[in-house]
Write a protein of this length. Structure first.
Length: 128
């Protein structure tokens, strides 16, 4: 008499092993560069898409303030103008100048900064 055995059960699928976390604890960040910039104000380095850019050989308070504000907001596509008295012409000109200088400085990184709605909003975007 032959021995009858029950059919083998299929093995339970195991969940995929997550990638090791990166320095900031995010597994996704360990796999590929961030899709938004990352401003390290302590080192004065802006990181984006695997590139690093050292900024500011001299003090640039308005530009640093913009980068700090975007970093604090999680790099949303636009933020409110955080300079005091945003409706004043001098403030709008200062903001416009900061965006213009950041864009010029970061040309090789593919980022552009600008002003919308008469200085109420500041935006960033990727450029080719």
């Amino acid at each position: 008499m032959s021995s009858l055995s029950s059919p083998a059960r299929p093995a339970r699928p195991q969940p995929p092993t997550p990638p090791p976390p990166s320095a900031n604890g995010s597994p996704a960040a360990a796999q590929k560069p961030c899709q938004v910039p990352c401003w390290d104000k302590e080192q004065g380095i802006l990181r984006w898409l695997g590139q690093e850019f050292q900024l500011f050989r001299q003090q640039a308070e308005a530009q640093e303030a913009l980068l700090n504000a975007f970093q604090a907001a999680g790099w949303t596509l636009q933020i409110r103008n955080h300079f005091p008295n945003p409706r004043k012409k001098e403030t709008r000109e200062r903001l416009h100048g900061a965006c213009k200088h950041l864009t010029r400085t970061l040309k090789g990184l593919g980022l552009r900064f600008g002003v919308r709605r008469k200085g109420e909003w500041v935006y960033w975007e990727a450029v080719a």
